[in-house]
Design a protein around this ligand. Sequence first.
Ligand code: SF4
Length: 252
Amino acid sequence: MNFGDFGDKGLIFDIKRDSSEDGPGIRTTVFFKGCPLSCIWCQNPEGKKLLPEPDVHGNQIGTWYSIDELMYHLLQDKPFFETSGGGVTLSGGEATLQMEFSSKLLQALKREGIHTALETSGFFPYLKFKEKMLPWLDLIYFDLKLIDETESKQYCGRSNKTVLENFTQLLADAQIPVIPRIPLIPGITTTEENLKGIAAFLKQHGVKSCALMPYNPLWLGKLKKLGITTRYENSRFMTASEQNACADYFIK
Ligand code: SF4
């Protein structure tokens, strides 16, 4: 897996304006194409491949941007960021997979005084991330999915060792908030064993809060558009009581 190959161009599959879920204030979220993991429930399946690709209608998914081109779009929202305390969030896919471009983008945003956030799977080369991205980030949302290594390989395609090590290292190094996020995937991440294990891991590292992300089945429509079949066919939203039962593991 090569990280940061493209340098001057970034491969982006969406830019979402007016987002209120990806950090404080009104935000614009940039979705980077390509992810080193392959979670069977991935809500952004069009973001997995590190290549432009057509959907079933022949429309191209993935556009190459230079920093200037991307900043031209993002700066149009600057007044909204300033009045709401918002900013730009790098998401995906996995923005750290395009490390050189992400680094340049973050630096360009900070030169404009814009708040920056990252949503990450936590799977990245730590020292490079620390040098290239961490200095220009204001907030990190860090996914913790599965505490068991075998299950991580089974459902996300890779060991969780790097993810857990990176999280631990970030807690020691980062001078900014690092917020763990746990996707609630019924039957996979919501098992008692997994949630208890993540809760114990967070407690062991002195982390007092985390965000739970309830399962959203709307991604199944995207799969059809992409012509992809999945091993996880759950079309039901989680009930409030199911969500509360998961939260109970983290409330002390
Ligand atoms: S880490 Fe996120 S973007 Fe990557 S495959 Fe998993 S759910 Fe999808």
